[in-house]
Each structure stands twice: as structure tokens, then as C-alpha cells.
Ligand binder design. Structure first.
Ligand SMILES: *Cc1c(COP(=O)(O)O)cnc(C)c1O
Length: 303
């Protein structure tokens, strides 16, 4: 796959309306914020999360970006591409033993973008991903000067990432929609949207992971001074389809029907689950007639 060397362009991410008989019949207006169009490989929320970190790295003369992820990580994929486009070396600490043949994500990261991949077992991974060990980690990376490395956390969520996610929706757009829907992995994107919202719309985060912990994670990511202020959000855990990157034939069918009908690509790890959830909630009458919903298409496509 060829890397697109143009810079990410946020102006390409417009709000578009989805039109269908189903939506008409239920009297629901559904719009999509098309953040997946920002860049083919540094797309969606991964760009939002990298943006101010890349700025910071440039300003502080970092040469290398180091980050962590599983073999299918969108964050690894986008960081590798961003390194190449913005002129940084990249290192990916990958959870799991080295695989004989690199999958699409890792092949792109290493062979197209030149990311150095370091495979570690799960126990080591757990230790290295802790922020308190970042200094040691940058010191043991051979041939690199510790001061020249910027370490980005697993999934890319830090304060600068959340700042970038606050820009996904323009301030003036919040009051135009009754509901904002977003996908949730680490919760960084959701935290940014909540902080930008000023309580002006209801926000539903669709969890791609199994478990009930994300509401605490998101609350912790909202800055302390604001934590109590925002009461306008919830995490929906009914559409994870078994957990991270798990899927069923029902989800796969929904995705291909959706893509055919709306001519918009989605995928099964994040956006497919969110749109499935939105349509299912509409079917069940969760939204009052005449509700307008804005769904954030946060990317995740492999192109
Ligand atoms: C990574 C990713 C997410 C998860 O974002 P968080 O900020 O970690 O919650 C959501 N959607 C897509 C498409 C992603 O690639």
C-alpha cells in the first residue's frame, strides 16, 4: 500500500446527511461528521490525537516518536504514517511474540513507513506501557538520545490528544444536534467531545470493548476541574459484539448493507458497531421523533 504524503486536511471532514426510508419512517435525522476523510492513513480521531503531539515534538526538537499497540492497532498504523509524512523516526512496541508474517497493519508500519517494531511479551508490555517507566524505556532504546524521544501512550490518549479531540465538532454545531454519537476505545476521543460540548447536546459513546469500566476511564480523562460539570453523556455497552475486534455475521451483514446504501465505508472494530447501535436504538424507539443525531465517523479504515 502506498502512503499518501499530503498533509492531513481537516476541511475535508464535513457534516453530511444520511438519507433512507428507514430514517424517514422513524422521523430521525442522522448526520455524519466525516473525520475519516482527513487523510487516507492518518485519519479520523488518530489525526486529532496526534496533531498537537506532533506540534509539541517539532517544537521540542524530538527526532523519534515511540508508542505501543497490539498487532491490529489503528494508533500504530497512524503514528507510523505520521512519522513518515512529518519527518520523525518511529518505534512501535508491539504486544505479543513476533509473528512469522507481518499482518497488514504491521507490514504497512514497518515496510512502507519505516517504523522500527519491537515485539515484547504481554508481561513486559504491561511494564513498558506504564508512564512511570517511560524514562527508563527511552534510555534503553539503543542509538537514541533519551531527550530526543517523544513517548505516546498506548492508544495515543494524553492531554494533547484530548485537546485535539475537542476540535472534532465545531462549538457552534453542538446545539444543532440533540445527540452526538462516538466510538469508544480508550475514551480519549469521548473526553474531548464532552469537554467541548459545554453540555449543549447529549453524547452517547458506543463501547467497542467488553466490560463496564469505560465510564470511569472517560470520567478520569475529563480534567478534574470539569469532571462534575458534565452530566450530558453516557457509555452504551450493548454493542461490543463480544469485545475488541470481535464480530458476528449479523454485524458483517449490517456493515455491507450500510456501505451499499449510504456509499460510506465503515469497519467492524469501531464505526460498524456504533452505527449498528444507532440503528438498533432507532428501531427500538430510543430516540423521540424529530431527533437529530450527529455520528462521528472516526476512521479506522485500512486504505
Ligand atoms: C482508535 C479508534 C477509536 C477509539 O478512540 P479512543 O479515543 O481510544 O476512545 C474510535 N474509532 C476509531 C475508528 C478508532 O480508530
Amino acid at each position: 500500500m502506498n502512503l499518501d504524503f499530503t498533509y492531513p486536511n481537516e476541511n475535508l471532514a464535513q457534516i453530511v446527511a444520511l438519507k433512507s426510508d428507514f430514517l424517514n419512517n422513524h422521523n430521525i435525522k442522522l448526520f455524519v461528521k466525516a473525520d475519516y476523510l482527513i487523510h487516507p492513513q492518518i485519519a479520523g480521531n488518530k489525526w486529532r490525537k496526534l496533531k498537537y503531539n506532533l506540534d509539541f515534538a517539532k517544537k521540542t526538537n524530538k527526532k523519534t516518536l515511540l508508542t505501543f499497540g497490539g498487532a491490529f492497532s489503528n494508533h500504530i498504523y497512524a503514528t507510523a504514517a505520521a512519522g513518515k509524512v512529518f519527518g520523525f523516526n518511529t518505534i512501535g512496541i508491539i504486544r505479543g511474540e513476533e509473528i512469522k508474517e507481518l499482518n497488514f497493519t504491521l507490514d504497512f508500519a514497518q515496510n512502507t513507513c519505516g517504523m522500527k517494531l519491537i515485539f515484547v511479551d504481554r508481561t513486559t508490555y504491561k511494564i513498558l506501557t506504564q508512564e512511570k517507566n517511560y524514562t527508563i524505556l527511552s534510555k534503553i532504546i539503543e542509538n537514541y538520545i533519551p531527550e530526543s524521544i517523544l513517548i505516546l501512550p498506548e492508544g495515543g490518549t494524553n492531554d494533547l490528544a484530548i485537546k485535539g479531540c475537542e476540535e472534532i465538532i465545531d462549538q457552534r454545531d453542538f446545539k444543532k444536534f440533540d445527540f452526538i454519537c462516538a466510538c469508544v476505545g480508550t475514551g480519549g476521543t469521548m473526553a474531548g467531545i464532552i469537554q467541548a460540548s459545554q453540555n449543549l447536546s447529549n453524547i452517547i459513546g458506543f463501547s467497542s470493548l467488553k466490560g463496564d469500566f469505560l465510564k470511569y476511564d472517560v470520567a478520569n480523562l475529563i480534567s478534574q476541574s470539569n469532571a462534575k460539570k458534565y452530566t450530558n453523556w453516557e457509555i452504551n455497552t450493548d454493542y461490543h459484539f463480544g469485545g475488541y475486534a470481535k464480530y458476528t455475521s449479523e454485524l458483517k451483514k449490517f456493515i455491507s448493507d450500510f456501505e451499499l446504501q449510504f456509499q460510506m465505508p465503515i469497519e467492524f472494530v469501531y464505526t460498524g458497531k456504533m452505527f449498528f447501535g444507532i440503528f438498533d436504538l432507532i428501531k427500538k424507539g430510543y430516540f423521540k421523533p424529530n431527533t437529530s443525531i450527529l455520528a462521528i465517523h472516526s476512521g479506522g479504515l485500512r486504505v
